[in-house]
Design a protein around this ligand. Sequence first.
Ligand code: HEM
Length: 258
Amino acid sequence: MAAPIVNAEYMKEINKARRDLRSIISSKNCAPIMLRLAWHDAGTYDAQSKTGGPNGSIRNEEEYTHGANSGLKIALELCEGVKAKHPKITYADLYQLAGVVAVEVTGGPDISFQPGRKDSNVCPREGRLPDAKKDFQHLRDVFYRMGLSDKDIVALSGGHTLGRAHPERSGFDGPWTQEPLKFDNSYFFNLWWQDEDAFFRDYAESHKKLSELGFNPNASAAKACSDSTVLAQGAFGVAIAAAVVALSYFYEIRKKMK
Ligand code: HEM
């Protein structure tokens, strides 16, 4: 499908859809599942073959019935109401906008949003999203395949400040934090990211990268953004931190599984 023409009219629809999403997400308390939808559409990206990614393909039954996407039909249906009111907007933009609004509405950082993603009906094969029962190497393999880094793994794992696991969806159970509808750094507080401003900055940067995998409307703008590295940490420190967070993350959810 051709990329949408991002003109003033398209931007107007995006802004209206943003307002609708704010209202739905606040009234239905569905920020966590909207964020999970955005991530699962984007997280199938393969940087080598340039397939998958934030292209709306998750709306197809073939993909939303993948085991990893269990439960996401709820979020797809909520988005369908917004799409019906703003049909010009691509599903790909809509899902990523929903993710950005979910973070914003729950008190998280503002994430700059660039519209213009193309929709695709080509669904990736099952198995591209991380499997919570596998080890850290698997997590790395999946994120490196997307073209993301250890730092992105750590920052994005902080998305679990929202929501909970559901036994009927993933087999795991329970929230990760005490206030699962509040976007804050409580997921990391006892680890190392005690500075919430730093977490918010790094999260917003990694989330934007995730939401734009394979989508590059303006090469120079994208470069300017990625040059503004905010976390002053060496590669070694980041790798260790990622391992610690990932391990504690798996420890937490496994504990809840028992
Ligand atoms: C790092 C690898 C990841 C693994 C292994 C993982 C695994 C999981 C699992 C098992 C669940 C529970 C699903 C359920 O039972 O409903 C979950 C939920 C969730 N995940 Fe992740 N996830 C990962 C990365 C991410 C990322 C990158 C984000 C967003 C930036 C994210 C956001 C969420 C949210 C918001 C929920 C809660 C959904 C709800 O409450 O309905 N996850 N994740």
